[in-house]
Design a protein around this ligand. Structure first.
Ligand SMILES: [Zn+2]
Length: 346
């Protein structure tokens, strides 16, 4: 083979090799093309082995052309390899792309139970007046639940609280949140502004307006010079905050053994707005809580001198308040945990 023929063949191989490299569709095809031309048995490698058979004076020239072709093909291979990697990366990014405009999946969120929500609303109103929440035990002793509250063992008022006793002597499930008054008076010193929300229990037949388990919120204020006028002003604010500014309110005489005098606090019926309807027994009024000035005996039982300090207390049924706020007619619904009911209070 002479120099001219060999150069022509090499140029053809260069052209074939560059075509094969340029059209390699993926890294495997590129490897195959590289092997076919530049590998140990590749076409260019084989051809250049023939240099040794050229006349001696032609060998350097052919060697230089051979190197130039080899380098050109190698450069084309690395460039194609970079392009293929770039294309693969772009394809992967496209496959993994996130459409940030896709609407999200809604997370199923729970809601506050209407009783918990009502307690929070009550706490919030009295919190504005400096009342602080305390919690007492649900299993209470007879002395604190009854006797300290001026309800002796043989007092007829005990009929008001049909009691669930527990297997510990002289202990019971608290029938009201009022024993918390004694605990707060004994644990703190006046001035006292305490709010006592909690679960209470009575041995009672269950119907639309009675449960054997229910919630109360008790309030207690003790300070020098505390008066019934303070109590009235506070409860009027409370009635307006929960049932609307301008709603009619009134106080009636009431009776509780642990307050003297005692009052019942009414707001204008939330159903008929005072004109009289079946919901309010055609009176136009709904009683929302009982209250009164703390009986001196109870203050003394709490370790407070009734000659120096006066106090008032109030207590309300949370279910009743929640029923009035939300127009619910059966308090059993609050305890049944039926989501169709509870989800209405979003
Ligand atoms: Zn009414």
């Amino acid at each position: 083979m002479d120099l001219g023929t060999m150069t022509a063949q090499l140029e053809r191989l260069r052209s074939d090799a560059l075509d094969a490299v340029a059209t390699a569709a993926d890294p495997a095809a590129l490897d195959a093309a590289q092997l076919a031309f530049l590998g140990r048995k590749g076409a260019i490698t084989e051809l250049l082995r023939g240099i040794g058979r050229l006349p001696a004076e032609d060998r350097p020239r052919m060697g230089a052309v051979g190197n130039e072709v080899r380098e050109a093909v190698e450069a084309a291979v690395s460039e194609r390899s970079r392009d293929l990697r770039g294309a693969a990366l772009i394809a992967r990014l496209a496959a993994e792309a996130v459409d940030v405009t896709t609407p999200g999946r809604r997370i199923a969120r729970g809601t506050r139970h209407p009783i918990a929500e009502t307690i929070a609303a009550i706490d919030e109103v009295f919190g504005r007046f400096g009342f602080v929440v305390y919690e007492g035990p649900e299993v209470e002793d007879d002395v604190t639940n009854f006797q300290m509250l001026n309800i002796p063992a043989d007092h007829p008022a005990r009929d008001l609280w049909d009691t669930l006793y527990v297997d510990i002597p002289d202990h019971l499930l608290r029938t009201h949140t009022s024993p918390g008054q004694i605990r707060v008076m004994r644990e703190t010193r006046p001035p006292i502004r305490a709010l006592l929300p909690g679960r209470c229990f009575r041995y009672e037949a269950v119907d639309a307006s009675h449960g054997f388990e229910f919630f109360q919120v008790e309030g207690l204020m003790v300070d020098e010079g505390t008066s019934l006028a303070d109590l009235k002003g506070l409860l009027e604010e409370f009635g307006h905050a929960l049932f609307g500014v301008g709603r009619a309110t009134r106080f009636r005489p009431g009776y509780y053994p642990f307050t003297e005098p005692s009052v019942a606090f009414d707001v204008g019926c939330v159903v008929c707005d005072g004109s009289g309807c079946p919901a309010c027994g055609r009176t136009g009024w709904m009683t929302i809580l009982g209250a009164g000035m703390v009986h001196p005996v109870v203050l003394r039982n709490g370790g407070i001198d009734p000659e120096r300090y006066q106090g008032f207390a109030f207590g309300m049924g949370v279910e009743r308040i929640a029923m009035l706020r939300h127009g619910v007619h059966d308090l059993r619904l609050f305890m049944e945990n039926d989501l169709r009911f509870l989800e209405q209070f979003r």
